[in-house]
Design a protein around this ligand. Sequence first.
Ligand code: GAR
Length: 209
Amino acid sequence: MKRIVILISGRGSNMCSILDAIAAGELPANVAAVIANRPEAAGLETARARGIPVRLVDHRHYADRAAFDAALAETIDAFAPDLVVLAGFMRILTSDFVQRYRGRMLNIHPSLLPLFTGLHTHRRALEAGVRVHGCTVHFVTPELDHGPIVIQAAVPVLDGDDEPALASRVLAQEHVIYPLAIRWFVEGRLHLLDGKVKLDLPQDERAAL
Ligand code: GAR
């Protein structure tokens, strides 16, 4: 069984969707650990309650990004994961760190990339007046929110939407596409080859997307 380590900074609802998919027998993976960079990350307690080993690497205890990333990598590597899953992990990572996990680190971002990289994506989508918004799973590369795209889900922007309404419509889709992308990876059907996504899906599964 492939091993994954999940990195969080907050509530951890994407982490829960992954744990739920595993519990439902839909995702053949073992969550070796959940690691947070903030002690107040609510997802830490959720993971602990579900019997997952948890670790805290508090970025405030390190002099700079390089020192934090080195400690984070050491903590991750102790669990020897096949895949590192960023699930609401709100730290910019150094290029060295990203290179270390090249082709085996995924992120979920709450917009249809390449639109709305960075923060406050739902507010910015509403301000821009887009009629379609969504979320993206991508491989992590050194440039923030620019890695090769694995899967996206789109949602409509409805008249009268505010930020929370739009955010929760997008989040529901995040909880669908992230476990799916992770399943492809742990089943050996998703690879990063020469900087491009390679996805081997049977015709019927591809058609259902
Ligand atoms: C999610 O919406 C995720 O896409 C976003 O943070 C939220 C975390 O929620 N990630 C980013 O913005 C990364 N740049 P969660 O803790 O409930 O999974």
